[in-house]
Design a protein around this ligand. Structure first.
Ligand code: FAD
Length: 478
């Protein structure tokens, strides 16, 4: 039997600080990577071209990384449930290793693959928690229940010691020429471009693909911007956040590496403000984990509202309003700026994600699931757990004990885009309109008309009353 181990990459497109890959290398020097382009995912109707473009770029870089350390990354295209065990069998691999994932689809797929590998007597190692610092079983309440509220989760989560990064893959061996031929016959093919797969993205990428770019961004952020994160993170016109979300989604950087950078920054901190800012960023990483744990423990979250009050909520069906929201034509400058940032760059600032999600659900009274899907169709960092968590939080339908929260677009603009810089950047037709009009949202009709900018499609005051009324009715009924 050969000592070949196939390491199946999924959301861990890197060879550094990768727990499953390090475990594979500890067992054998002959570790070969494999990635399977899964049509069941790629053919869904919520896949963003920008996300696929970034992912393919990361796979290219990963192939280079493997080559640098003496091995290779193989590409398969098809249903992994069949393709992965078939490749392992054709190559007489000793084992297939991978890292575990929280998403319901991945869990089901992995269980099927485990059964097939068992039947073929191929060793597997799958339950490495690599993309999170603590497993969903580890962070539990006093009564051993998963948390449904963030603050106690955070207290527990931060009190636990965190692992150091694991060793980078080095001195590995790839396939022999004969094995490469066998691999080809088992379906291994060249890495296609995003275009080959039918995804066209002509815009730029907020972060260059690959480990080196993610690592450089982490270093840049944790040695500088992190110290002002507390003050700057809410201003969409400012580059005050890490923009590492796509790298974290695809595991282009290891979470232990990220954590270590934050603890290093804490050690270097010389003021209470800086320490608080770093802590706040750590809390964002914990939000990411909170939502992943929630998805693992309550997979029904993926299908809709968590709270009963929202299970049969009388949402509006208004295609025109929904389209106006998608295209950034609502007549509310901050909402339109944010939606245009999403459409044109494939990313949106967190403050604006909250504003537009509140607007869709509380002003347009449209089902958050439509917004959640639209985000997935556009975001470079689109991630089931974080996106679902963000939408359920904004719609008040999720794990959030706070009473119904409604964002007023004008007061959000006054606080977070007081000079209307962000609005002017994205809603270009409003560039020469007075700041006070843009910030208040009350643009005089003549100026609106001259700029070719639409009237507000709804009245915020009336709509929020509508929402509250419906909410009260549902609450009483449920
Ligand atoms: P930073 O502020 O630098 O934060 C660091 C990292 O922490 C992020 O990269 C991200 O991994 C994590 N993080 C930060 N805030 C959150 C949060 N509220 N929830 C979960 N993780 C967080 N994030 C995604 O990664 N993918 C999504 O699909 C997604 N959809 C969202 C939808 C809505 C409606 C809302 C309100 C938020 C959503 N978020 C999502 C969370 C957040 O907006 C982004 O993670 C953040 O804007 C990414 O920018 P950054 O990397 O500069 O973040």
């Amino acid at each position: 039997m050969s000592d070949l181990i196939l390491f199946w990459h999924r959301r861990d497109l890197r060879i550094s600080d990768n727990t499953g890959l390090a475990a594979a290398r500890r067992q054998s020097a002959k570790v070969v990577g494999v990635f399977c382009l899964d049509p069941l995912i790629l053919e869904r109707d919520d896949v963003a071209p920008v996300r696929v473009t970034y992912m393919i770029g990361c796979l290219q870089k990963l192939q280079q990384r493997y080559a640098e350390v003496g091995s290779e990354l193989l590409i398969l295209h098809g249903n992994p449930v069949e393709k992965i065990p078939a490749l392992a069998q054709a190559l007489s691999a000793t084992g297939v290793f991978w890292n575990w994932d929280v998403e319901p689809y991945s869990q089901e797929r992995d269980r099927t693959i485990i059964n097939t590998l068992k039947e073929k007597s191929i060793q597997f190692l799958s339950q490495n928690w690599d993309q999170i610092l603590h497993s969903p079983e580890e962070i539990r309440s006093g009564s051993n229940q998963p948390y449904t509220v963030y603050t106690p989760f955070w207290k527990n989560w931060i009190s636990k010691p965190k692992s150091e990064p694991v060793e980078t893959l080095e001195n590995a061996q790839g396939l022999t020429e004969t094995e490469q031929e066998i691999a080809k016959q088992a379906g291994v093919e060249a890495l296609p471009s995003a275009k080959d797969l039918g995804f066209i993205w002509d815009g730029g990428l907020i972060l260059s693909p690959g480990e080196a770019a993610a690592q450089a961004r982490l270093e840049e952020f944790t040695t500088k911007a992190i110290t002002e994160y507390q003050e700057q993170r809410n201003f969409p016109a400012v580059d005050g956040t890490s923009q590492l979300s796509a790298a974290l989604k695809f595991g282009v950087i290891g979470i232990r590496t990220v954590w270590q950078a934050t603890t290093q920054a804490l050690e270097n901190s010389r003021s209470e403000e800086t320490t608080a800012a770093i802590r706040t960023w750590q809390q964002e990483l914990a939000w990411r984990e909170f939502y992943q744990h929630a998805m693992y423990n309550f997979p029904e979250l993926a299908d809709g509202a968590f709270r009963d009050t929202f299970k049969n909520f009388p949402w509006e069906t208004n295609e025109e309003h929904f389209q106006a929201w998608c295209e950034g034509r609502t007549g509310y400058p901050i909402v339109d700026a944010a939606m245009r940032q999403l459409n044109e760059s494939g990313w949106m600032h967190n403050r604006c994600r909250m504003i537009v999600a509140s607007f869709l659900t509380k002003d347009l009274l449209i089902n958050p699931q439509l917004g959640e899907k639209y985000f997935m169709q556009k975001l470079i960092d689109g991630d089931l757990s974080a996106n679902n968590g963000g939408w359920q939080w904004s719609a008040s339908s999720g794990m959030d004990p706070k009473p119904v929260r409604i964002f007023n677009p004008a007061s959000q603009t006054q606080k977070f885009d007081p000079e209307a810089e962000y609005i002017r950047q994205w809603v270009t037709e409003l560039r020469s309109v007075d700041t006070q009009y843009l910030v208040s949202g009350k643009i005089p009709p003549l100026e609106r008309h001259a700029a070719g900018y639409p009237e507000p499609i709804v009245d915020h005051k009336i709509q929020q009353q509508q929402f509250k009324q419906r909410y009260q009715q549902q609450k009483t009924a449920s």
